[in-house]
Design a protein around this ligand. Structure first.
Ligand code: PEP
Ligand code: MN
Length: 373
């Protein structure tokens, strides 16, 4: 059960003390207080854990400071949507960019950072097209131990400085170890925080619970958690819940296709039909990664790249973030060149996304019209 307290509840007030005293006396129930300090208001949620079944919703509603009571199911306690109506926030802001179930942000960029010139070409093109987010891999989890593993912390200073130069506010960057989070934090501080970072947990680490716990314990950086490629949706959503249970609720859930030959000739079996399912089950914004799903630059007879076709499918279904590989010279890319789009394809890609987004909004309006009819 969650008690949602009235906005700006003062934790030193008499009412708040009365509430906590009452909760302390409930048999076999413990509580955990979660605070969200926003610019406008200060929100408090109290999580009751243990034998909460006998507690009456209406009684709890009358306790001092309580605005609303939500009975949570066992699943996805923090990130899930619960009964009777769970209209708690589905969005957060990071470094001036809003992420929610109603927004859409494109993160086009390099799968892996290789040389400063390519990073700069990418950032410059993004700025020219009004983009403020990108993806840049510095730590790459590779199947083959002898493959390029990413430049690691050495590239961070110039990546961050170039991001600042071209007005990039958020870089999605995979981390595979807790130490990478410290390296990113240090490099951001050393360069004067010219940009922000969204930590990415890749599909291979979806169930690396110790990594999830440590990334969840920090609340400075939001986290993009990719779905595990060979586990159920429920298992991956529980992985996201690990992050939130440790305190970090700024979590975006990423779809990137499932590993099976049933998806051939795509690199992974595209799973973007799950976008609305995740919106329904949880309050997380949903990201799609068409590049790692499709894995090629193949196109259909009408000239549309498969990467763009699946992007449109995900966006029409309501996706809130797109992680997509571009490269100034894919033949020279050190990782995933064959799936990277060309820089000259960026305006086409963005316009195509806008077409799909418009269709998504029109479909939502249509559904509302028929629901209210
Ligand atoms: C990536 O986005 O660079 C990546 C490795 O993705 P995934 O974890 O989905 O394979
Ligand atoms: Mn890649």
């Amino acid at each position: 059960m969650i008690l949602i307290l009235k906005p700006n509840t003062d934790h030193t007030s008499h009412d708040y003390r009365q509430l906590t005293e009452h909760l302390n006396n409930l048999p076999n129930v413990e509580f955990r207080v979660h605070q969200e300090i926003g610019t406008q208001q200060h929100l408090t949620e109290v999580y009751l854990i243990g034998d909460t079944k006998p507690l009456d919703m209406a009684d709890m509603q009358t306790l001092p400071c309580v605005e609303r009571v939500v009975r949570i199911s066992e699943e996805y306690r923090v990130l899930g949507r619960h009964q009777p109506v769970d209209d708690r926030a589905t969005s957060f802001e990071y470094n001036g960019v809003k992420f929610g179930q109603d927004t859409l942000n494109v993160f086009a960029g390099l799968c892996a950072v290789d040389i400063p010139e390519h990073v700069e070409m990418m950032m410059k093109a993004l700025q020219e097209h009004g983009q403020v987010c990108t993806r840049m891999g510095a730590y790459k989890p590779r199947t083959n131990p002898y493959s390029f593993q990413g430049h690691g912390k050495d590239c961070l200073p110039y990546v961050f400085e170039l991001a600042g130069k071209y007005g990039i506010r958020v870089i999605a960057m995979e981390v595979t170890h807790e130490s990478h989070v410290h390296e990113i934090k240090e490099a951001l501080e050393a360069t004067g925080n010219p940009t922000g970072v969204m930590l990415q947990i890749g599909t291979r680490n979806t169930q690396n619970f110790e990594l999830l716990k440590s990334v969840g314990r920090q609340q400075e950086f939001p986290v993009l958690l990719k779905r595990g490629f060979g586990i159920t949706l429920d298992e991956s959503l529980n992985a996201a819940e690990y992050l939130a249970s440790e305190g970090n609720r700024k979590v975006i859930f990423g779809l990137r296709g499932m590993k099976t030959n049933m998806g051939d000739p795509h690199r992974n079996f595209v799973d973007f039909s799950h976008v609305p399912v995740i919106h329904r089950l949880t309050r997380m914004p949903v990201c799609i990664d068409p590049s790692h799903s499709v894995g090629s630059r193949d196109r259909s007879p009408n000239g549309i790249l498969d990467v763009m076709n699946v992007t449109a499918q995900g966006v029409i279904a309501g996706a809130n973030m797109i992680l997509v590989d571009f490269h100034p010279n894919p033949a020279k890319a050190l990782v995933d060149g064959p799936q990277a789009l060309l820089m000259k394809e960026l305006p086409h890609f963005l316009e195509d996304v806008a077409v799909a987004r418009k269709a998504c909004e029109e479909r939502a309006a249509l559904a509302e019209k028929y629901q209210n009819a």
